[in-house]
Design a protein around this ligand. Structure first.
Ligand code: ATP
Length: 506
């Protein structure tokens, strides 16, 4: 039976497990860390690589209408002028006049309680996610205050106002940290700046890319002219992006350096609505196929007012994280905006000439843009389970288990000799070598009681454990234990590789 943890506790336990088992460490931890940067340890790097491989395989390798690309992180700064990032890639920034903390104004909410005309309570709350979820979270977070106030006054009206939506001249925003007053919002450009070459002046300024998408647009002509492909087709890229986020938080969810998995899909304008729906639904399903529960995954279409001026439609794939419901990926119909901008700024022709219809047009673009670290975090949250399982003496004990989809699991198979004698370590080592040679991430462990070894693998999310025991020497069989069902079956030692590979394909 799975046991439920409170959301806050769950996040704390998960962060603890990630550090203890080598999934995710704070960057430069020995120097006190650096806010918004994270390192993936031996298990984390395998998990994240599996997420990227699943994406790359389903998007590029298994399709014939999408090709891959790997662009440089630093590009000619004109790219960012054309894309609008130099002028528009701003977040509204507010400072606390008291404790000097900084916040994104669109992530801070004022919770106000009025008794008639009188303001009896004001608090600032910081939250990611959509408005509805926030209002609910805030109401919950304030339930104690609410009870206390309601004992004093019987008619209270509560409202929630996003700080950057507060009317001018109205009450100042409240700092979520210290309760002090916030300044008015001002623009803050989130691109990291650097200098290229020896000169540090305005002519050598360059930016670390805040998204991978623009590298795709800048190469659209190159790919079209070399890859023997024509619309409808897509270009996919996985790579690092950098944003100087005002307030990185929620573990890796909002960091300053992160990886994106992006597709730009180019099609005829008349087919753009159809392709938008196709990609929206396909991308949503991808997360479900890899184990996110559909009850926790939402496809939220943006309202007209939420859309960027050039976008025709947009939807977010959102996940119920322990800290709230928040975006994993956005799918947008970006029209011909990006290619038209690059045509204007570069002077290069971005139109496609269709030989059959004799039509020239600038393709529309459907963009599914996901975050690799956010997806990895969602898979970690979903996998984290505490349940009861019998130990080697049959007594029930709480075990922590990461129930990853087997294809995402960092270690696919662990190999144990039951004891360190009677030729068992040698037989186990043989199976282990065969697994490694076949490209399966395998782990050899001969330390401690076998029950403890199982527990260690459960915590790492290893789906299969193989034990070499006394019977192996007589009939060549081993046991294979399933992480989730805890069932053990005997199979031939020589068929371990094939059995695990078959299970991974299921
Ligand atoms: P948010 O509103 O949460 O800041 P966004 O709408 O600005 O996100 P996009 O510009 O659409 O995000 O970026 C595409 C994807 O890149 C996001 O869905 C997310 O998965 C990922 N991403 C964006 N910013 C970050 C970040 N700071 N840390 C980790 N992943 C990010």
């Amino acid at each position: 039976m799975a046991k439920e943890s409170k959301p806050g506790d769950l996040m704390e336990k998960l962060v603890g497990l990630c550090k203890r088992r080598g999934f995710i460490f704070q960057s430069s931890e020995i120097y006190g860390g650096i806010n918004g940067f994270w390192d993936y340890g031996p298990l984390g790097v395998e998990l994240k690589k599996n997420v990227k491989d699943e994406w790359w395989n389903t998007i590029v390798r298994q399709r014939d209408d999408v090709v891959g690309l790997d662009c440089s992180i630093i590009m000619n700064p004109k790219v960012w002028e054309a894309s609008g990032h130099v002028v528009n890639f701003n977040d509204p920034l507010v400072d606390c006049k008291g404790c000097k903390a900084r916040f994104r104004a669109d992530k801070v909410y004022m919770v106000i309680a009025m008794a008639g005309e009188e303001v009896v309570h004001q608090a600032g709350v910081e939250a990611d996610g959509d408005e509805q979820a926030k209002a609910e979270a805030i109401a919950k977070a304030n339930s104690k205050t609410r009870r206390r106030l309601e004992e004093k006054a019987d008619r209270l009206t509560w409202s929630v106002v996003r700080v950057d939506h507060a009317v001018e001249g109205g009450p100042a925003g409240i700092c979520p940290m210290c309760g002090g007053h916030l300044t008015d919002a001002r623009k803050f450009n989130m691109m990291f700046k650097t200098f290229v070459g020896a000169m540090e002046d305005s002519t050598s300024v360059a930016y670390l890319r805040p998204e991978t998408a623009q590298g795709i647009f800048a190469n659209y002509r190159n790919v079209l002219d070399t890859a023997r492909i024509k619309p409808p087709f897509g270009i996919a890229q996985i790579g690092k992006s950098f944003r100087n986020e005002i307030n990185p938080r929620n573990f890796t969810f909002r960091s300053r350096e992160f990886e994106q998995m992006e597709i730009e899909f180019f099609c005829h304008p008349s087919e753009a609505d159809k392709w938008y729906e196709y990609w929206r639904d396909t991308r949503y399903q991808w997360y479900i196929n890899l184990g996110l529960k559909s009850s926790k995954l939402h496809l939220r279409s943006h309202e007209k007012e939420e859309l960027a001026h050039y976008a025709r439609a947009c939807a977010d794939v959102e996940y119920d994280f322990p800290f709230g419901t928040a975006e994993l990926e956005g799918i947008a119909n970006r029209t011909d905006f990006d290619l038209t901008q690059h045509q204007k700024f570069s002077g290069k022709d971005m139109a496609y000439f269709d030989d059959e219809s004799k039509e020239r047009y600038i393709p529309y673009v459907i963009e599914p843009s996901g975050g690799c670290d956010r997806a990895t975090l969602a898979f970690l949250c979903e996998a984290y389970t505490e349940d009861e399982a019998p130990d080697e003496n049959g007594a029930m004990q709480t075990r922590t288990v990461l129930r990853f989809h087997p294809r995402l699991a960092p270690i696919k198979v662990a190999i144990f000799p039951l004891v360190k004698k009677d030729g068992m370590p040698e037989s186990a080592d043989k199976v282990y070598r065969e697994c490694k040679k076949a490209g399966l991430t395998a782990f050899y462990d001969e330390k401690g009681a076998v029950g403890r070894r199982y527990r260690r693998q459960d915590e790492a999310g290893t789906p299969y454990c193989v034990t070499i025991d006394g019977q192996t020497a007589t009939d060549g069989s081993v046991t294979i234990r399933d992480r989730d069902s805890l069932k053990q079956e005997r199979i031939a030692a020589s068929s371990v590789v094939e059995t695990v590979q078959r299970k991974l394909r299921e």
